[in-house]
Design a protein around this ligand. Structure first.
Ligand code: 13P
Ligand code: SF4
Length: 332
């Protein structure tokens, strides 16, 4: 028996996993789980990964149904890439505070102020915003996406200000305008938390997601020599996993949503992985519970649909995203 993950009585994870896999097979469904999902869901999924890896799998999966254990924009992206497949999310209320920081109307108004600019949108956006976008990116390939745009072309980058600042720093791009959006979970991991942890753990490595409010601070600490540059790494969630497999550090401090720790600890049992902020929990990601996943496989709810005209306009920007870069670190 495992801990009670359903909010009800005792939870038999082995029996539950067996039921979930059997129901998925009956439905011809593949279960995809983001790295921030609860451990039980990561363990039962057919594939676990970051936004880019999961988009790529969604585009090529042979199954007729995709069950997306993540947040709504991720399931929408799968639907945009595979319009003829059924895409299910176990709870359609699983939104994203970052995706909510820009609407299609706001983006249209911004574009009108910068005619001729190329719009780069982070994948954490609604389908309607993607339909107004030239090329999407994830934290895995944002640097490569920006580098793929001719140097003399203006760029509108939305909606994450911290990822935007990171990409600007790495590419040295001056003609890039950045939308001032943020994710409440990552913005809450701030420079103060990071400084305190670094002071307490001077030998630890640092893995920092570029959405974090502390990403800029991490690079500042590195450039000031307060933390050694070679031990400070700005990484997507997939990049963190690659780095975890090869690190020889005794301890790694991890600045991202705490669901990530499950995969890191599985990938490397010799190193201690500790969160920079234990309260960095995405309530939207955690809406996908084991109980809701099983229920979704039984009932086929909640189905994710994207209106055809929006999906058709959004597809090019998403296809460009999955064609660029490998699921590797965004810059170290
Ligand atoms: P990744 O692209 O690194 O998977 O991150 C997605 C996300 O929602 C971060 O909060
Ligand atoms: Fe959105 Fe932030 Fe949650 Fe990621 S952690 S899904 S960006 S609210």
């Amino acid at each position: 028996m495992a801990s009670d993950a359903t909010g009800g009585g005792a939870f038999d994870v082995v029996a539950w996993s067996g039921r979930v896999r059997a129901l998925a097979a009956e439905r011809d469904a593949v279960i995809l789980a983001h790295n921030y999902q609860v451990p039980e869901i990561q363990d039962v999924a057919h594939h676990v990964g970051d936004s880019l890896a999961l988009s790529r799998i969604a585009a090529s999966a042979p199954q007729s149904t995709i069950v997306f254990c993540g947040v709504h924009f991720m399931a929408e992206t799968a639907k945009i890439l595979s319009p003829d497949k059924t895409v299910i999310i176990p709870d359609e209320r699983a939104g994203c505070s970052l995706a909510d920081t820009i609407t299609a109307d706001q983006l249209r108004a911004w574009k009108a102020e910068h005619p001729g600019a190329v719009v780069v949108s982070y994948v954490n956006t609604t389908a309607a915003v993607k339909a107004e976008t030239d090329i999407c990116c994830t934290s895995s390939n944002a640097v490569e996406v920006v580098r793929s745009i001719p140097a003399d072309t203006e760029i509108l980058f939305c909606p994450d200000q911290f990822l935007g600042a990171h990409v600007q720093r790495v590419t040295g791009r001056r003609n890039m305008h950045i939308w001032m959006g943020e994710c409440h979970v990552h913005a809450g991991i701030n420079g103060q938390d990071l400084k305190a942890m670094v002071a307490a753990e001077p030998d630890a490595e640092l893995f920092v997601h570029p959405e974090c409010g502390c990403a800029t601070s991490a690079m500042y600490l590195a450039s000031e020599g307060i933390v050694p540059r070679e031990r400070t790494r700005i990484l997507s969630t997939g990049g963190m996993l690659d780095a975890a497999r090869t690190t020889t550090a005794v301890k790694v401090l991890v600045a991202t949503e705490t669901g990530m720790l499950h995969q890191l600890r599985r990938a490397n049992t010799r190193t201690i992985f500790e969160p920079v902020n234990r309260a960095a929990v995405c309530k939207y990601m955690k809406m996908i519970t084991p109980e809701r996943l099983e229920n979704a496989l039984r009932t086929g709810n909640d189905v994710v649909d994207v209106p055809r005209d929006i999906a058709d306009r959004a597809r090019t920007s998403v296809e460009r995203m999955i064609a660029i870069g490998t699921p590797s670190p965004v810059g170290e």
